[in-house]
Ligand binder design. Structure first.
Ligand SMILES: [Zn+2]
Length: 354
């Protein structure tokens, strides 16, 4: 699992929509030498370009076509929305957490998105009566996010000095290795950052210009990818993201979407985009030819950066390559190392064959 150390680092680096500063810095450091040109666009997405590398004896096309890869850097989280006179704080969501997963959490509050030295901890709990004194009917209810409060354990004046509206809030969660799986937070979508980086590192010969884009603000509506695709103007766009693997008890087979460990998921469609038919054929043919495990999947609810890229300007041929993920949108998202490597290898092979 040595090759997953970068994924571990990515999972433990905090960055919600609009506050991707630390993830961006980590990726910029990591991709040095892999691309010919790296820039950051006005919204904060990284656009890393590799010129064509024609095979021996072949000349590079004069006007190469462009393939755009999109891997979003942001994770779901919160911002502080109000600080009370007593020094407690309320939060607003950025991306969809299930409230049932938010009880009794230690969180990190980041007053400066670029400077972890200013971070502080808090306890997240709903402001409701504990079990010992709650009436029976209260125990059945699920509080709403607006009931949740941050307790810093600090005097109010200290809280007011250090914390303000708009500060990033992220739940603390470790990375855990379980057999051939890895679990942690923000696997959605740091796995795609890992897949994009590692696939581009593997590239040898390719005729397309590769624009590898690490996007911002996907979790709030594919915003960074939409903007960046105007800049890139791709002929082909490939969104890389997690997808549901609900191959767990209590879910019918027809609803499981993908199987963990079942290989790279070629997403036929989700609610943001229907994948380009020929591109899907290319992916499946390449997987078969190279004996890379893959599975086909449809996600009926949920979108990816593909939806943003596909409809830019005159439109482009687009599809999504997905990594099966259990417990998605929790801080224990679990992915399988074989699926990760299958996504990496399949992506690299397809780009080389374009
Ligand atoms: Zn995602």
């Amino acid at each position: 699992m040595k090759d997953l150390k970068l994924l571990e680092k990515l999972s433990l680096t905090l960055g919600i929509p609009g506050r991707e500063h630390r993830v961006r810095k980590l990726i910029l450091d990591e991709i040095k030498g892999t691309f010919d040109k790296v820039s950051v666009d006005p919204m904060g997405s990284i656009i890393a370009v590799r010129q064509p590398r024609p095979a021996k004896g072949k000349t590079a096309p004069r006007k190469p076509k462009r393939v755009m890869l999109a891997a979003h850097m942001d994770q779901i989280g919160f911002m502080i929305s109000h600080v009370t006179d007593e020094g407690l704080a309320y939060i607003a969501p950025f991306g969809g957490f299930d409230v049932r997963n938010l009880f009794a959490r230690v969180v990190t509050v980041c007053p400066d998105p670029s400077n972890p030295a200013k971070d502080l901890c808090a306890i997240l709990n709903p402001g409701v009566k504990p079990l010992h004194i709650a009436p029976v009917e209260d125990r059945q209810k699920v509080p709403s996010l607006s009931d949740f409060v941050l307790d810093f354990g600090l005097p109010a004046k200290d809280v007011h000095k250090r914390v303000k509206i708009g500060d990033m809030v992220v739940i603390n969660a470790p990375v855990t290795y379980l057999g051939e799986n890895i679990s942690g937070q923000a696997m959605d979508n740091r796995v795609a950052c890992w897949i994009a980086i590692e696939a581009c590192r593997k590239l040898r010969h390719h005729d397309y210009e590769v624009h590898c884009v690490f996007t911002v603000q996907e979790e709030v509506g594919l915003r960074g990818a939409t903007a960046a695709s105007h800049t890139v103007a791709p002929d082909i766009a490939i969104g890389i993201d997690t997808t549901l693997a609900v191959d767990t008890p209590g879910v019918a087979k027809q609803e499981q979407c993908t199987t963990l460990g079942g290989g790279a998921a070629v997403t036929i469609a989700d609610s943001s985009a229907i994948g380009d038919y020929d591109l899907i054929e290319t992916f499946t043919r390449t997987a078969k030819k190279n004996k890379i495990p893959y599975q086909r999947s449809i996600l009926t609810r949920g979108g990816t950066d593909t939806g943003g890229m596909q409809r830019t300007a005159g439109g482009c041929r687009a599809m999504t390559l997905s990594c099966p993920t259990r417990y998605i949108h929790t801080v224990t998202e679990m992915v399988n190392s074989k699926d990760l490597r299958a996504c990496r290898d399949l992506l690299a092979k397809v780009i080389e064959d374009l």
